[in-house]
Design a protein around this ligand. Sequence first.
Ligand code: DC
Length: 223
Amino acid sequence: MTSATRKLIIAIDGPSGAGKGTVARALAAALALRHIDTGGMYRAVAWKALRDGVALADEAAIAALARTAVFGLSDGRIAIDGHDVTAEIRTPEIDAAAASVARLPDVRAALVARQRAYGEAGGIVMEGRDIGTVVFPRADVKLYLDASADERARRRAQDAAHAASRDNGGVANVAQALAARDQSDRTRTVSPLTLAEDAVYLDTTGLSIDEVVALALAAIPRT
Ligand code: DC
């Protein structure tokens, strides 16, 4: 590995259940880069707002929380202000609350600034919805992962981290909740989920994780 490889900024965007987390972790491990799951940051902020009794519509209060929270993002775990919330933020309640706070422009501005700070020195694989379009429009590599709605719902229903979603009524329910959240992510006014012009589009429907990771690695320039 060269130092040039280590400085890469790799942006991964796409809808829920497209495999961003799995691919981001695999790329980070293969290239010795840091992995940041920005969805986890929106989820952790939503979790803290709910815990502190802050109304999800109180943009100023939630933005202040997003600006000042101390995030712990390492080894695939997410902590906020000293609480490890890795498991607690993967519930249907937080799915909905995170999509709601992600619509608030001041909350996005606060988290985008923090995401840029994590990545400014490079050496990072960052996944989310607006990484290649807003957070790092000059990222070295932009991947957009997609899959059919059916396949994304199936994967999400089988995902151990989202066991609560699965236990709450099976694939049909997961599919419905996923579709609602996708709609919210794609149609919000600030930084909706869109495909960056210069992103590599990967349709992962029917592909194994290894196949997707191989395609993603092939898109990364080596020096
Ligand atoms: O990737 P995820 O499902 O954990 O994301 C949680 C929510 O946050 C989801 O509604 C999309 C939103 N999000 C966002 O708006 N921008 C990001 N960069 C990451 C996630």
